[in-house]
Write a protein that binds this ligand. Sequence first.
Ligand SMILES: [Zn+2]
Length: 130
Amino acid sequence: MSEFPKPKFNIGDNACIIDYESQNNTPIVCTDCNGTGHHKKSSVIICDNCGGIGKLRQYHRQYKTGELLTVGGVFFEEHNHTFQYCLYDVGMRGGYWELIHARYDESRVFSTVEEAQKECDRLNSEKLNY
Ligand SMILES: [Zn+2]
């Protein structure tokens, strides 16, 4: 029997998460068909890249980090053997711990703001487009 993996964070640990917002999701002209919606070599065949629309939606993710939070729960994903965490705000609001973020992958959770910021900068410099 293989040993059960150990999570990087436990309940009560401080942690910082990386989040993202989608930006610039304005449609761009399809580079495959040049906006015609047809296959380059045939006007009856629909462009596979854009599905005949002639435009593609471009999503750019802007990653950002925030303040230090507190791990409020640890989840285990059976299918890929990774951990996910939900986090609480460090401060109390109205006498309750407030759950502000649900289930972040371990790759998006860091023990310090500095580490999270470093990873944020790396991800942003990759300029991921979808
Ligand atoms: Zn196209």
